[in-house]
Write a protein that binds this ligand. Structure first.
Ligand SMILES: C[S@@+](CC[C@H](N)C(=O)[O-])C[C@H]1O[C@@H](n2cnc3c(N)ncnc32)[C@H](O)[C@@H]1O
Length: 487
């Protein structure tokens, strides 16, 4: 998708919610993209989709400590003679975080010894998932300018640091702890991000999402890494249960790690606030430290009838696992790999419904042009709101206001024509103008087969998606020449 030009539908800004939101930072619309030094690569790496490939694979494998030590003398000093890092030593883990931020993102960090030191690969995974979530729920090109809210940014201000390093994003970042706020401010300044990150002090009982207080009408996403534990006992017993030597040093203060009701209650608060704010924010997201908490929150989403959600797991090597959940009141649905990012079949019950389905699979040696011509013909015969085929990307985007392929619709249409109310080209003004289903048809030529698939991009009605799938499968499988939409 990246690199191909596609025109966003006219109402894309409305569908995406809040084009041009600037987190109240008063940014000029044409603010030049920030670029930052990237000692991992020659030259400078500009934030944006061009750099995505580099960022995506940064922590695909465990960091090589000896290599890091060769590149950073401070890290070399923190390494043990055997080439290992003593994870039970807070100074050593803090140096690892500093080194990775410096070498991989060109970021600087100053942290107190008595506050949480974020492991970079885990926090980076959240940003990678968010990029996919936001990219796949917009008709605009990936990498658009976005405004996010980081609830509980911590002393490191890690998410705004990582987010602004990779994309033209800006942030509002909150916290309730004065020490965290003062270090977060320092880290914003150290990295010259004053014009991209706005810090807000909150009180424990204030709302988590201070849109009105910050004078912001709407933003694109909320992210949160909540205090996980219900009590200090819960924190200690949880750490004991983790059979993962060597034990990582945890420098987190109680305000960072513990809250009443733990993460289920904290994310529950976010959910309640989202029920009032609804589409003022496109995606509400949170990380989880316990899988059971994710399970509980998915159940709560379902109780509230929210079916547009995404779940994923973040894995670092075979050690730490974290999970994330996002939900939206908007119409755009995330791609399959973003919404259903949990592999183990046991967790199928918490996954949202699938948005991708195969329409037809052909042997790879079968020519693909006739299939594409057939797809174009089928779509051309339907009275869609729009249909646009991208030749280079071998995919097409369609939007429809109604089930225009159904017998009932065609019968009604015929009657209207007979009464002289409509012609063959334009929809009468009485017809709904709102999009009920946005979909993408893609053709992927693999080594052994060619796959024609249908993706649900927009809308909240699973039945119309299923109906289109059945209709297209029938049409594509039919061997005769397609003439009209007659199924
Ligand atoms: C687990 S830490 C996460 C820190 C940082 N975002 C990270 O990922 O490393 C949770 C943070 O939330 C903050 N916090 C706790 N309650 C909060 C509230 N009601 N509003 C805003 N921040 C809160 C804590 O002070 C702490 O910085």
């Amino acid at each position: 998708m990246a690199g191909t030009k596609r025109k966003a539908p006219d109402d894309a800004a409305e569908m995406d919610g809040r084009a041009g939101a600037d987190c109240g930072l008063g940014l000029p619309a044409d603010r030049p993209q920030r670029d930052r030094p990237n000692p991992g690569q020659p030259g400078r790496l500009e934030a944006g989709v061009a750099a995505d490939d580099y960022f995506r694979h940064l922590y695909a494998s465990e960091p090589d400590f000896r290599r890091l030590a060769r590149r950073d003398a401070h890290f070399a000093a923190a390494l043990q003679d055997n080439g290992q890092l003593d994870f039970s030593d807070p100074k050593a883990t803090m140096q690892l975080t500093r080194t990775l931020l410096g070498l991989d993102f060109g970021l600087k960090l100053d942290l107190p010894e008595d506050r949480l030191c974020p492991p970079v690969p885990n926090r980076h995974n959240y940003i990678l998932w968010l990029k996919d979530l936001m990219d796949t729920t917009s008709y605009e090109q990936p990498g658009r300018k976005l405004c996010g809210l980081d609830v509980g940014t911590g002393a490191s201000c890690i998410y705004p640091l990582l987010g602004t390093a990779q994309r033209p994003w800006h942030f509002v970042a909150t916290d309730i702890d004065m020490k965290n706020l003062s270090f977060a401010r320092k880290n914003i300044q150290l990295n010259g991000l004053e014009d991209l990150v706005r810090l807000l002090e909150r009180k424990p009982d204030d709302s988590l999402i201070p849109l009105d207080e910050a004078g912001i009408q709407s933003i694109d996403f909320v992210m949160m890494n909540p205090p996980f534990y219900t009590s200090e006992d819960d924190m200690v017993s949880s750490a004991k249960k983790k059979a993962r030597p060597p034990m990582s040093a945890c420098t987190g203060a109680p305000v960072e790690m513990v809250c009443d009701g733990g993460e289920v209650a904290h994310v529950g608060r976010l959910l309640r606030e989202s029920l009032a704010l609804r589409s003022r924010i496109q995606w509400y997201t949170s990380m989880f430290g316990k899988l059971t908490s994710l399970d509980a929150l998915v159940e709560q989403l379902r109780e509230h009838g929210i079916d547009n959600y995404a779940v994923t797991e973040f894995v670092q090597g075979n050690k730490t696992r974290r999970w994330a959940l996002g939900w939206s009141f908007g119409q755009m649905r995330p791609a399959e790999h973003v919404a259903r990012g949990m592999k183990a079949s046991y967790w199928k019950k918490i996954l949202p419904s699938s948005v991708t389905t195969d329409l037809l699979v052909l042997p790879a040696d079968e020519p693909v042009d006739p299939v594409i011509a057939k797809i174009q013909k089928i779509m051309g015969d339907l009275e869609l709101m729009s249909w646009e085929w991208e030749q280079g990307a071998a995919k097409g985007l369609g939007r429809t206001a109604e089930n225009v392929w159904s017998r009932a619709w065609r019968r009604k249409r015929l009657q209207e024509r007979e009464r002289g109310q409509g012609d063959t080209c334009t929809l009468p003004s009485t017809r709904p103008k709102e999009c009920r289903l946005g979909f993408e048809v893609g053709v992927v030529v693999g080594k052994t087969e060619t796959c024609i698939s249908l993706h649900w991009r927009e809308g909240s009605d699973p039945l119309i998606f299923e109906s289109l799938k059945g209709y297209l499968q029938g049409k594509l499988k039919a061997t005769d020449q397609v003439n009209t939409a007659s199924n």
